[in-house]
Write a protein that binds this ligand. Structure first.
Ligand code: NAI
Ligand code: HPV
Length: 529
């Protein structure tokens, strides 16, 4: 039974879903804050469900020996080292829409709060002061809002702001003119937005490109009297520079839900007038937390139980239906890669995969990942479908795929060709209606070989006596043959044999074959069937 750890404060709906789906779950909502304890426990789990408090670093992943999936109940995944997770073969998923309305509403709430100094007015009134003349606000009506980032949350903010009769500008290099028109916003360059906006709200992920996007220099380009709202990520703004701009009066107000360091217990922005701060509450509504908990638990359970992948950041999506139909083909792809990987001792330059017939219509990203994982597993048993493409890329291995309509007697087949400096090697396989993968061609020679855990591949000149030598040598050593397939290019030329054995070929058995002098090559192969 798979085991999942919930290390942040997710709604207990998630726990219930895991249990209902037959997954063991430990709910430790404060564990994310205790790095060492988390590192000590993570090794037991197949899944980790988190929000933003748990930091999934490369170091933590080193202890995560059984981990298969990280589920982020929320949107931002800047607290997860995705390249390190990919290398470790761990899928990272999020819930891209579950809290977007809630977060957009928080941004709008912050905009109102900073326009009318609501928190300070509330504190003062609670204190029995009646400072009616101290709090003079501004209207949002007719003001210009500049959105930095117009994805899911930014679009919802735009819609609400248009309802408030604001004019909306958006800076987002990935926003098309057409979408901007649909949203009713004007797409502009960043400098243009900075110079024109009365309010700026931030809705971009924290990446190397967006970090410090409101730098000291860019803050200086803003319109005097601007109010800045950030409910996206702390690292987007230079907090020191913003504090100075507030103090000088260039920036009239700021409302911040997120900070460069969280939990933020100290900040240059604390205690400045007209700075509204909340402790990363953007996603904190009962509705959003139910949504994200439910979604993440379903997605993680689907993956752990059926192999279905949705909303993953480091793996192509595979539906449960696809996972079922593709399962045997994914296995075949892995075996084809495994055969080539075990036969190839020199560095691989490229892997070319042909998908023919029914299989050409399937999710080729997932099949490619399985081929590459099969090849790479030989030198690194930790590699899986998630990590393989990244590792292959790191090693400079090129991948090329060809799709073609059914070109032979099979409904479909996969052919893998690997090219090295020394040679080209290829193997093809298919899946029969019994769901069992088979090898159908090796070195261009047709065979029909069932795939077993232990196999033997031999190559010889097509002369009499070879088959007898093979049978008697293995027989004498007590190696039982389950299936024996032969093939040759033409009479007297190259011939091959592929045997499915009941036990592994020992070094002794290989040495005995070599001693007969009848084989050009004999190699023991293993497959995870
Ligand atoms: N305060 C909170 O509790 C919450 C904060 N967030 C934050 O909000 C962010 C945005 O969320 P969504 O709108 O759902 O994401 P999204 O992916 O739908 O939208 C992000 C937008 O940013 C744009 N973008 C990317 N790089 C950019 C750049 N260099 N300059 C300008 N625009 C750029 C993208 O094109 C995209 O349209 C999340 O990544 C997360 O960090 C999300 C939920 C809750
Ligand atoms: O979904 C996001 O990106 C958020 O920032 C929400 O964070 P949280 O789950 O409230 O810690």
């Amino acid at each position: 039974m798979p085991k999942v750890l919930v290390s942040d404060k997710l709604s207990e709906t998630a726990v219930q879903i895991f249990r209902d789906r037959g997954i063991e779950v430990d709910f430790m909502p404060d564990l994310g804050k205790d790095k060492e304890k988390l590192a000590g426990l993570i090794g037991q789990y197949d899944g980790l469900a988190i929000r933003s408090a748990t930091k999934v670093t490369e170091k933590l992943l080193e202890s995560a020996d059984n981990l298969k999936v990280i589920g982020r109940a929320g949107i931002g995944v800047d607290n997860v080292d995705i390249p390190a997770a990919s290398k470790k073969g761990v899928i990272v998923m999020n819930t891209p829409f579950g809290n977007s309305v809630t977060t957009a509403e928080h941004a709008i709430a912050l905009m109102f709060a900073v326009a009318r100094q609501l928190p300070e007015a509330s504190t003062s009134t609670h204190a029995g002061k009646w400072e009616k003349n101290r709090f003079m606000g501004v209207e949002l009506f007719n003001k210009t809002l500049g959105l930095i980032g117009a994805g899911n949350i930014g679009s919802i903010v735009a819609d609400r702001a248009l309802g408030l009769k604001m004019k909306v500008l958006a800076y987002d290099p990935f926003l098309s003119e057409e979408r901007a028109q649909q949203l009713g916003v004007k797409k502009v360059e960043l400098d243009d937005l900075l110079g024109r906006a009365d309010f700026i709200t931030m809705h971009v992920p924290l990446t190397d490109k967006t970090r410090n996007i409101l730098s000291r220099e860019n803050i200086a380009k803003t319109k005097k009297g601007v109010r800045i709202v950030n409910a996206a990520r702390g690292g987007l703004i230079d907090e020191e520079a913003l504090a100075e701009a507030l103090q000088s009066g260039h920036v009239a107000g700021a409302a911040l839900d997120v900070f460069a360091t969280e939990p933020a217990t100290d900040s240059p922005l604390f205690n400045l007038p007209n700075v509204v701060v909340t402790p990363h509450l953007g996603a904190s509504t009962t509705e959003a937390q139910e949504n994200v908990a439910l979604q993440v638990a379903e997605q993680m359970s689907d993956y752990l139980l059926t192999g279905a992948v949705s909303n993953a950041l480091n793996m192509p999506s595979v539906t449960a239906e696809e996972a079922k139909i593709m399962g045997p083909w994914i296995k075949l792809a892995g075996h084809l890669g495994g055969f080539i990987g075990q036969m190839t001792d020199e560095p691989i330059k490229s892997i070319n995969v042909t998908y023919d017939g029914v299989v050409s219509e399937m999710n080729l990203n997932a099949l490619n990942a399985s081929v590459i994982a099969g090849v790479m597993k030989v030198s690194n048993p930790e590699v899986n479908m998630v990590s393989a493409p990244a590792i292959a890329k790191d090693r400079g291995i090129q991948l090329a795929t060809t799709r073609q309509e059914a070109a032979g007697v099979y409904d479909g087949y996969i052919k893998v060709t690997v090219i090295t400096d020394q040679r080209e090697r290829s193997i093809a396989g298919t899946v029969f209606s019994d769901g069992k993968p088979r090898f159908i061609q090796i070195r261009g020679i047709n065979v029909d070989a069932e795939i077993g855990a232990h196999m033997l591949y031999t190559r010889n000149k097509d002369v009499p006596g070879v088959i007898g030598a093979l049978g008697s040598t293995l027989g004498e050593l007590g190696v039982n043959i389950a299936n024996f397939q032969l093939g040759r290019t033409s009479s007297g030329e190259d011939a091959i044999a592929i045997l499915y054995l009941d036990e592994p070929m020992s070094d002794e058995a290989l040495a005995a074959l070599d001693k007969t002098g009848k084989f050009l090559q004999a190699r023991a192969l293993q497959f995870e069937v």
